[in-house]
Design a protein around this ligand. Structure first.
Ligand SMILES: O=C(O)CCC(=O)C(=O)O
Ligand SMILES: [Fe+2]
Length: 340
């Protein structure tokens, strides 16, 4: 289905092979500069399109951003008032773009050297497909959910993608997943809070299972409570807000008030919910082409990276993170993650 929007943007929904998401094109086949200018002339258009397609939007043909990274920054500002400056937030310097500190570089080559996730075991599903459902697929998360307030939107540009068939990014629609919950589970998650924490804090599931003694955490590193059901500030829709093994507190959580730990009732509930969220009908797998820009809404989707052959292939992706409109649940809060 195609729908004409203002300023010559056209939104085609849903994304190929998925039940949600959309592709946005500027009529006339123009490149990144024209897209940025059109977006700035009508700043509500692209955020409205993102909301309309439940939080994942693809803009192809943005390769000019790789030569002019300021264009990515300008487009990011359309999605919210604050674009994170990774130098100011003390991200390791090798992961930050040298001249545009709002760009976080996800890459397996120098100076970043970030390795892809492991290949799932087994490599394919019983039907011979790319595994996407948790727990066969691991690594599902929403960006920086260990912060209060958490960020709203991420933009991810393929500067140097790997060949298709590997290095995909997977997305799941947490709004549709919430709506499809059986009534009993829906009642159980309403009002429930998750305990989110960065994986480096030593409380991910693997660390707890391995019996690694917990270390003392500074206030800005501690787990934060997040509502399991969030209300989107633009659409009013409810969606599930959760991560799995790497970004929840598996020592004291993953849920407030439920039996903690990997074998507790809370852990079992989290596994049930993540398995539900990542059911095939809620998932989209993006195969990257150079110049693709994918915009996702961290308030109502989760995503996961996939394996690629890092011994053979080079992958360079640029991410920006936009915040400032987390919704009424966070009104007036100071940032939990700033060093006091
Ligand atoms: O590398 C990918 O495909 C996804 C990386 C990711 O999760 C992120 O940058 O937020
Ligand atoms: Fe991410």
């Amino acid at each position: 289905m195609g729908a004409r929007m203002d300023m010559g943007f056209r939104l085609e929904q849903p994304l190929a092979g998925a039940g949600f998401g959309g592709r946005v094109r500027l009529e006339g086949g123009a490149g990144a500069l024209e897209v940025v200018r059109a977006a700035e002339a009508d700043p509500a258009a692209l955020p409205a399109a993102l909301a309309r397609c439940n939080g994942v939007m693809v803009l192809a043909g943005m390769e000019a951003m790789a030569d002019d990274p300021a264009l990515l920054l300008r487009l990011s500002r359309i999605f919210g008032p604050e674009v994170e400056n990774y130098r100011e937030t003390h991200m390791a310097a090798n992961m930050v773009h040298p001249t545009v500190p709002e760009i976080f570089v996800v890459s397996n080559i120098p100076p970043v050297f970030r390795q892809p996730p492991a290949m799932p075991e087994p490599k394919l599903t019983a039907e011979g497909r790319l595994p996407t459902q948790f727990p066969h697929r691991r690594g599902w998360h929403t960006d920086q959910s260990y912060r209060r307030p958490p960020p709203d939107v991420s933009l991810f540009l393929a500067v140097i993608p790997v060949p298709q068939g590997q290095g995909q990014t997977l997305f799941a629609d947490c709004t549709a997943a919430y709506e499809a919950l059986p009534p009993g589970l829906k009642a159980q998650v309403d009002g429930l809070e998750g305990l989110h924490i960065a994986s480096g804090a030593g409380r991910k599931r693997d660390a707890v299972l391995a019996g690694i003694p917990p270390r003392d955490l500074a206030p800005h590193e501690r787990a934060v409570r997040q509502p399991v059901v969030r209300v989107h500030p633009l659409t009013g829709k409810r969606s599930l807000y959760l991560c799995e093994y790497g970004q929840m507190d598996w020592l004291e959580g993953p849920f407030v008030g439920l039996e903690p730990g990997p074998d507790g009732a809370g852990g079992r509930l989290l596994e049930t919910l993540m398995t539900h969220i990542t059911r095939p009908e809620f998932v989209y797998a993006h195969e990257w082409t150079r110049g693709d820009l994918v915009v996702w809404d961290n308030r109502c989707t989760v995503h996961a990276a996939t394996w690629f052959d890092a011994a053979k292939e080079q992958r360079v992706m640029w991410r920006t993170t936009v915040s400032g409109n987390p919704g009424a649940a966070y009104a007036g809060e100071r940032k939990s993650w700033l060093v006091a």
